[in-house]
Design a protein around this ligand. Structure first.
Ligand code: TTP
Ligand code: MG
Length: 389
């Protein structure tokens, strides 16, 4: 069973402000004073806004051109996390194994429970009702014997949909769908198959295996998925994980150099921890607390999963500069990364990234051998007497 919350951030914003219900709502970025950042991108939008062609990742100004009456909101990351935790505590009441893939998505594994739950449709209905009642948002669920089909099925009747694909009918269910409905097919792959005259998953499954084989593992994976064969390649079994570190300053500070050095120290800690655990994450989040205890967070989903300190830091620095006005003293900064599972990793073949990661792993080993702080980036020397360094 695969569950994915509908227009997640937008749904939480609507729950917080019911006047938004039924309206086109865009979730954008806000600055530390709660003012919207005009040059951001759309993190997500309500289904009412989607009718105008608005999509996640689109620049805000472009979305507002398509849908000028849209209302732009956002910035309540703590509320999104709270809603996500509430949802997954509901799923844990029923599913013996919940494999959370992102902040709003999970596979619920019911294998071996047939005698307690002879009818999974009923359980899915219950889960959806409880989410609606207790969290106030809607979830779409797909029930199928394989992960691939479950994921496609949960998308099939979004929003607020429930799609059940009986065992043995997987191929038939997928056949009429466009190949882009298969998770993992990017624009390039789609164009490539279109050139071969393959537009639907049925057509893809009907290409003889010998013709697919020559295009390598990636094409084989897609072909198997289109044929309804279980294939965990695009959603490997990874434990849901979020690692974050934060630090309250000895004295409130508005010194950008000090704050960035602190951010770097925290990113180093996060990076070392996730590399040690063998995790990679895609969603970087940064929190800043003002001296009046107002706390703001921003997050960014990276295009790939990473455990590289340098990459996490680059995203974190941008996020910090977005959420902090640059002059009001801060009392705390925090940074974290959450696990989104690894999708395709073209960057695996990226030499520069590999080398960088290799270097960071060596530094981890040195620190383990000679003690924390044995090798530190020059920027951290600024922190001097900050604890642990
Ligand atoms: P999705 O599940 O991809 O999107 P969604 O829940 O908003 O809409 P759908 O009904 O199609 O499932 O992502 C979950 C949340 O993750 C989304 O609400 C906002 C956030 N997100 C970003 O911040 N940036 C992004 O680029 C994407 C795709 C999502
Ligand atoms: Mg969703």
């Amino acid at each position: 069973m695969h569950l994915d919350l509908d227009a997640f951030f937008a749904s939480v914003e609507i729950k917080l402000n019911p006047l938004l219900r039924g309206k086109p709502v865009l979730v954008g970025r806000v600055d530390p004073h709660g003012r919207l950042v005009p040059r951001g991108v759309v993190a997500t939008c309500s289904y009412e806004a989607r009718k105008f062609g608005v999509k996640s990742g689109m620049p805000l100004f472009q979305a507002l051109k398509l849908c000028p009456q849209a209302i732009v909101v956002g910035g309540h990351f703590e509320e999104y996390v709270k809603a996500s935790e509430a949802v997954f505590s509901i799923t844990a009441r029923y599913a013996p194994k919940v494999e959370q893939i992102g902040i709003d998505e999970a596979f619920l594994d019911f294998s071996g429970t047939e005698w307690i739950y002879p009818n999974l449709g009923k359980i899915a209905k219950k889960i959806r009702e409880e989410i609606k009642r207790e969290v106030g948002i809607t979830a779409s669920i797909g029930i199928a014997t394989t992960k691939v089909v479950g994921k496609v099925a949960s998308d099939y009747q979004k929003p607020d949909g429930l799609t059940y694909v009986p065992a043995g009918r997987e191929k038939e269910f997928l056949a009429p769908l466009p190949i882009a409905d298969l998770p993992g097919i990017g624009r390039k792959m789609e164009e490539y198959f279109h050139r071969l005259g393959v537009k639907t998953l049925g057509e893809l499954a009907n290409v003889p295996f010998e013709k697919i084989e020559v295009y390598g593992k990636f094409a084989i994976n897609l072909w198997e998925a289109a044929s309804g064969v279980d294939n965990i390649w695009f959603v490997p079994r990874v434990e849901a994980k979020s690692v974050s570190h934060s630090e309250t300053f000895a004295k409130n500070s508005a010194d950008i150099k000090f704050i960035l050095a602190m951010l770097q120290k925290l990113v180093e800690e996060v990076g070392t921890e996730i590399r040690k655990e063998g995790y990679t994450g895609r969603c970087v989040h940064v929190t800043a607390r003002y001296r009046d205890f107002r706390t703001v967070s921003h997050q960014r989903v990276l295009p790939y999963s990473t455990s590289c300190t340098k990459e996490i830091y680059e995203a974190a620095e941008v996020l910090l500069k977005e959420l902090w006005d640059g002059y009001t003293p801060l009392r705390l900064v925090g940074v974290g990364i959450s696990q989104f599972g690894e999708t395709i990793q073209p960057s695996l073949f990226d030499n520069v990234r590999e080398k960088r990661l290799e270097l960071e792993k060596r530094i981890d080993q040195l620190c383990e051998k000679f003690g924390e702080g044995a090798v530190v980036p020059a920027a951290l020397i600024r922190l001097g007497k900050v604890k642990n360094l």
